[in-house]
Design a binder for this molecule. Structure first.
Ligand SMILES: [Zn+2]
Length: 510
């Protein structure tokens, strides 16, 4: 008697089609369930997407465009948990006196809820331990082997092996909790998440498409099959009173090119690179790059110009990266003169331009000029960020501009977006990154195919998940999305509402 949710970061129907032999169960389950490709939020990053899933609100309302931004001094700042004031759907569900178990929910806010939670790596409270309450470890011993990291490897193969291990270990928690709930009916909501499908695509999607039979693709497929077996196990284990949902936060695509907008801004005189730095006494001195830096800059330029070389050199690059004075490909920070620069794109994968001029009139003029250049030269549509995200509150607009910027370029599923300053605005090379197409599926065991149009393809958006879940728990809400109408009953119809003390008595065995 529960709503059981499986979150799969980065899952999408193209991957399911490509790897149907590795995921035969999900492939057939899709046709027996309500399913959809949900439209994601732009930028298609996990932080902005999961926040829209959890809040049921658009980016304009929750304000989480990316998980970091640059302040006036050009220092990188993290978006803090308290910056998002919108309620997460599981907080609302808990307030309505329901008990839940959450595992590895990205960008989750476990400080606001009592539990039970096995924490995600992005959870600001990770330092407080992997789970809440701490006693959860003795209740479910498999939590002792929980893994929520992805960075413990130097090679692609090592990373893939580590990812596979996270599935092996974390599925034990899922199974232990589900079997516990089958006996005790303690939880009303069970929500598990695996990030591995996103990671696999970052590492080997190109190789999977090319049908390469390498050690890397072999282990990737093995992991996909492992996830497929988990889904099979879950569907077989759920009770006829249970309902099941599976969804992702975004999809994954291979783009034909990378858009380096800072190059266009530099060519048109809006962006000025830094030529001097302040020494410790406050005197300006010219930036003198070390010889090695000039050499590596040249190398990186060449690597970026020739996509195939970049891919070929990944292993070599990974090896030498450790010996370099800085990371030449994923450079941290932009060396721009903030006094002379009028416009800059500050974040990788976030197609937004920030205007730095203080004078409002000047800024508006620059904004219109840049929009015109992009629309004519690149044939891409531009929007004012506040219009694109439908923000009308002047205070919220000010925060949006200050943190993330003023012009949004709509590059939906066309280019990958990078902020590095190079000589070419568009570099044609195969590049993998997130896209707008997220996966969704809902399944109920006792659905009568005659009555419920089972297997129906539906349409929807990211913000529709929260209202669907809240309506299922009969909780009134006023969210941006709509109910996807995938369940022909509500939770309260299935199970009469308990009063709060009943659960405590049950625990004490009175
Ligand atoms: Zn990703």
């Amino acid at each position: 008697m529960a709503l059981i949710i499986l979150g799969l970061d980065g899952m999408n129907e193209e991957l399911l089609e490509l790897c149907k032999e590795s995921m035969p169960y999900l492939y057939s389950l899709r046709d027996r369930s309500f399913h959809a490709t949900l439209k994601g939020v732009n930028p298609y990053l996990s932080g902005s997407s999961w926040t829209s899933i959890f809040t049921g609100k658009s980016i304009g309302k929750h304000g989480f465009v990316a998980n970091c931004f640059y302040d006036k001094e050009g220092e990188l700042q993290l978006v803090k948990e308290e910056d998002i004031t919108e309620e997460f759907f599981y907080e609302t569900i808990e307030k309505a006196n329901n008990k839940m178990f959450l595992m590895d929910l990205p960008f989750s806010r476990s400080t606001k809820i009592k539990g039970d939670i096995v924490r995600n790596i992005f959870d600001a409270s990770t330092v407080q331990g992997t789970c809440k309450p701490a006693s959860l470890k003795s209740k479910f011993p498999s939590i002792n082997d929980y893994i929520n990291t992805k960075w413990k490897a130097k090679s692609i193969l090592g990373a893939l092996e580590h990812m596979d291990q996270t599935v092996i270990n974390n599925q034990k928690i899922l199974k232990e909790v589900m079997l516990h709930n089958k006996k005790t009916k303690e939880y009303d909501l069970l929500f598990f998440q695996f990030a591995v499908i996103d990671w696999i695509q970052h590492k080997v999607l190109l190789d999977l498409i090319a049908k390469k039979n390498s050690a890397e693709t072999k282990i990737a497929k093995k992991t996909l099959t492992r996830i497929d077996n988990i889904i099979k196990w879950m569907i077989e284990e759920i009770q006829s009173e249970d309902d099941f949902m599976l969804f992702s936060d975004h999809g994954s695509s291979i783009f034909d090119g990378v858009l380096h907008i800072n190059c266009l801004l530099k060519q048109n005189g809006y962006l000025i690179e830094k030529t001097t730095v302040q020494d410790k006494d406050g005197n300006s001195k010219a930036i003198k790059y070390k010889k090695t830096e000039i050499f590596f800059d040249y190398l990186v330029k060449k690597i970026k110009e020739y996509g195939p070389l970049h891919n070929l050199s990944k292993k070599w690059y990974r090896l030498i990266r450790g010996y370099l004075p800085y990371d030449p490909v994923n450079k941290k920070g932009l060396k721009i003169d903030r006094n002379l620069t009028k416009a800059v794109a500050e974040l990788k994968h976030v197609p937004i331009i920030k205007l730095l001029e203080e004078n409002k009139e000047q800024r508006e003029k620059t904004k219109e000029e840049i929009k015109k250049i992009i629309e004519t030269e690149l044939d891409l549509r531009c929007y004012n960020t506040e219009d694109y995200y439908s923000v009308s509150d002047p205070k919220k607009i000010e925060t949006l501009h200050r943190r993330f910027g003023h012009i949004l370029i709509e590059i939906i599923d066309k280019y990958d977006f990078d902020n590095v300053i190079t000589d070419k605005t568009i570099i044609h090379k195969k590049a993998q990154f997130h896209d707008s197409k997220a996966f969704f599926l809902a399944y109920t065991k006792n659905n009568d195919p005659e009555k419920t149009e089972i297997g129906k393809r539906i349409t929807g958006e990211m913000c529709d998940i929260a209202p669907t879940v809240l309506d299922y728990f009969s909780i009134p809400n006023n969210l941006d999305g709509k109910n996807l109408n995938v369940f022909n009953r509500t939770y309260n119809q299935v199970r009469p509402k308990r009063n709060p003390t009943e659960r405590i008595f049950k625990k004490l065995k009175i």
